[in-house]
Design a protein around this ligand. Sequence first.
Ligand SMILES: O=c1ccn([C@H]2C[C@H](O)[C@@H](COP(=O)(O)OP(=O)(O)OP(=O)(O)O)O2)c(=O)[nH]1
Ligand SMILES: [Mg+2]
Length: 151
Amino acid sequence: MPALQARILDSRLGSSWPLPNYATQGSAGMDLRAMLEQPLLLEPGQTELLPTGLAIHIADPGLAAMILPRSGLGHKHGIVLGNLVGLIDSDYQGQLMVSCWNRGQQAFTIEPGERIAQLVLVPVVQAELSIVDEFNDSERGAGGFGHTGSH
Ligand SMILES: O=c1ccn([C@H]2C[C@H](O)[C@@H](COP(=O)(O)OP(=O)(O)OP(=O)(O)O)O2)c(=O)[nH]1
Ligand SMILES: [Mg+2]
């Protein structure tokens, strides 16, 4: 498992609540917590940017991190991400922020320290554009958006 540099920006993280970690040996993501001073009522349709108390520096341009919703919160309570997916650049050193969007019909209260999203490290390939006039033929060509049918 590679080491990931992290800074704790809220001292409650690691004392009142555990640091983000993998819940099981096979977990893909580590949960991020809402470092709130008090419970936050999210009305239907409301979006708030929440601090996580944590900064990471991935440093390796061959890696990035994604912030993804937690399935239970998203499916049962409509609490997903205002940006749908958060992408954390390898050179970002600021606090990890989570945009929480209540896309549901009911208000939902986020408690201080609640696990609101998950962080997944992913490999990245950076490419240089090589401009051409025509592509070599491919089986698909420009067909898309249902081109292959629905059965
Ligand atoms: O859910 C998120 C998404 C992004 N970020 C941070 C890390 C990321 O590296 C930086 C920039 O994100 P992005 O490139 O997606 O946002 P932008 O709107 O393009 O801003 P910028 O102009 O700073 O790149 O914001 C978060 O903390 N949480
Ligand atoms: Mg950007």
